[in-house]
Design a protein around this ligand. Structure first.
Ligand SMILES: Nc1ncnc2c1ncn2[C@@H]1O[C@H](COP(=O)(O)OS(=O)(=O)O)[C@@H](OP(=O)(O)O)[C@H]1O
Ligand SMILES: Nc1ncnc2c1ncn2[C@@H]1O[C@H](COP(=O)(O)OP(=O)(O)O)[C@@H](O)[C@H]1O
Length: 526
């Protein structure tokens, strides 16, 4: 986002730029500002960074082309409040975008984003230490601390000696809480004076740049921990090879841990007889248990952590959902989405149907079918859907959404507030064109509608669809039933359809679809 503030243009960095900026403003990063091309290039080489480098990853600011010649910028938060002034020392182009380097002058302390009271500066944490001479162990984590991690922390504290302090640095996104509530829930299980602080560790050198290698990200975590005063660091989630070279604090090896089923305690795996050793649940297993509303086992995680997770990741039947249909015009998106929305509503969930045509009239009137306008249209749908999901509702969306990158953006947005389920309505173009319900294909073929999807404009076939349906092979009722079955199977709808009137199961639509006279077995037994 750009604008003008006090003579200098204003700019709101993207998520990566904002994460680097936060580290610069909290004192975690010791540099005066964003790096020049040469400084960044020195850190972009594979392998460990050069010895003595004050910072382990490139930190550069990507800006839109129109800011390439700006002498300075006012960097603002997403609401437009100034965060810092950048005095531009160098402007260069890389990876298709302009990058500005230069020193920063902080404006007001940041107030935006989630968990602000926990986003402490390094100065605040250091000033608050009862005895700065004591060692300090920092646990850097973006996931809850389950029994294994808590046992590891206890053992690390004992091994360090000298009555170390403990700091838990929670790596959470700037615009959401991430795992923070569940991490904080472990407070009663940690030493009395444990401090918690929230940071956002960038995952790329700049917005639009490729992901940083895992080892560099580990090294970055160690640098940030050291800036907060840590002498020792534990990186979570644990990975056997997580001990980056050249870290400014001692990165303690995680080692293998196991739950001793006979003794009921967590120990280093080498100390547990193999027949009694139980490994930690994988993140995917935890997600499945939570999705179906099942309690996490007490051998795996403490009660307060399980309770916090159950609150932040409620069962899917209570969780907001963006159900996103994509496909060509005439593929059957609206028809199937309408039928699905009705049945989702009948199953007791608050449902909003954001149909392509309706959105074009209400939210996006005036937009064309250029790529930029289609993207804006889809982003608007994604924004509204994510807000619906935030409040636990089901947003059923049915635009063409021809571009994979924009669909991925909507998936990210939607997953910040709930779940996302992509249905590709893969009805072949010939069938859509033969239907030509609105006569648009004929007009597009006659050259009267430029940029018509499938005729003179692209449709990028999804490779990440959660379900693919084809309304040239299935009746309308069968198509609706397929989606409902998938939602039931995934836990987004209750398993039973008791009380559903046959009309609501789709027989009504079957009788009127003209394709079949007998309801499919799926819809009858459903
Ligand atoms: N050029 C062009 N290309 C594609 N579609 C066109 C075009 N012009 C008008 N229409 C009608 O607009 C409907 C698609 O709008 P969407 O908002 O779903 O499109 S997009 O997702 O923004 O690409 C689409 O409705 P559906 O048939 O319901 O898909 C068309 O009826
Ligand atoms: N099995 C089917 N499922 C859905 N629609 C079908 C099916 N068979 C025929 N149709 C017809 O195809 C057309 C699909 O139009 P629509 O749902 O508006 O598609 P879209 O929203 O993708 O443009 C409707 O006229 C519908 O009656």
């Amino acid at each position: 986002m750009t604008g003008a503030t006090g003579g200098l243009p204003a700019f709101t960095p993207g998520p990566q730029g904002m994460a680097h900026l936060e580290l610069l403003l909290t004192g975690a990063c010791p540099l005066p500002g964003f790096m020049t091309a040469a400084e960044a290039a020195a850190l972009a080489e594979p392998g460990p960074p050069p010895a003595g480098a004050p910072w382990p990853v490139p930190a550069v600011l990507a800006v839109p082309d129109e800011l390439a010649d700006a002498p300075g910028l006012v960097l603002t938060d997403p609401e437009g409040a100034p965060l810092a002034e950048l005095k531009v020392a160098e402007s260069h182009r890389e990876g298709g975008s302009v990058r500005l380097a230069g020193a920063l002058r902080p404006a007001a302390p940041p107030a935006h984003g989630a968990l602000r009271p926990l986003r402490l500066t390094t100065g605040q944490v250091r000033a608050d230490r009862p005895d700065p001479g004591r060692p300090m162990l920092a646990v850097v984590t973006d996931r809850p601390l389950h029994h294994r991690a808590l046992a590891l922390v206890r053992s690390a504290l004992a091994a360090i000696g000298g009555a170390p302090e403990l700091l838990v640095l929670i790596d959470a996104p700037l615009d959401g809480e991430g795992a923070a509530p569940a991490v904080l829930a472990a407070r009663p299980l940690l030493p009395e004076h444990t401090r918690f602080a929230v940071v956002t560790l960038p995952t790329a050198a700049a917005d639009g740049a490729p992901e940083l290698p895992a080892r560099r990200r580990d090294l970055l975590a160690a640098h940030v921990a050291a800036a907060y005063g840590a002498t020792h660091v534990v990186l979570e989630p644990a990975r056997a090879d997580r001990a980056p070279e050249g870290a400014p604090a001692v990165v303690l090896p995680a080692g293998e841990w196991a739950h001793d089923t006979r003794e009921g305690v967590w120990r280093p795996a080498a100390e547990v007889a193999p027949e009694h050793a139980r490994p930690e649940l994988a993140d995917a297993d935890v997600e499945t248990e939570l999705a179906h509303g099942r309690a996490l086992p007490s051998w795996f995680t403490p009660g307060p952590v399980a309770a916090a997770l159950a609150r932040t990741r409620p069962p899917r039947a209570d969780r907001g959902l963006t159900l996103f249909f994509t496909g060509l015009s005439g593929s059957g998106k609206s028809t199937v989405a309408r039928g699905v929305a009705e049945r989702v509503r009948r199953a007791g969930r608050t449902t909003t149907l954001l149909d392509g045509d309706v959105v074009r009239r209400m939210l996006s009137s005036g937009l064309t079918f250029s790529r930029a306008d289609r993207d804006l249209n889809i982003r608007r749908i994604g924004y509204v859907a994510a807000e619906i999901a935030r409040h636990g509702g089901v947003a059923v969306c049915a635009p063409i959404a021809p571009y994979a990158a924009t669909r991925a953006e909507v998936r990210r947005m939607a997953e910040d507030t709930g779940d996302f389920f992509l249905v590709h309505v893969a009805t072949p173009l010939e069938v859509c064109e033969a239907r030509d319900r609105k006569g648009l294909y004929a007009r597009a073929r006659a050259g009267e509608i430029p940029e018509f999807t499938g005729v003179s404009d692209p449709y990028e076939t999804p490779e990440d669809a959660d379900l693919v349906i084809d309304t040239s092979l299935d009746t309308e009722a069968e198509s609706v039933a397929r989606v409902i079955d998938a939602l039931r199977g995934g836990g987004w709808l209750p398993p039973s359809s008791a009380g559903e009137h046959p009309e609501w199961r789709g027989e009504h639509s079957v009788r009127h679809s003209g394709r079949r006279t007998v309801p499919s077995p799926t819809s009858v037994t459903d």
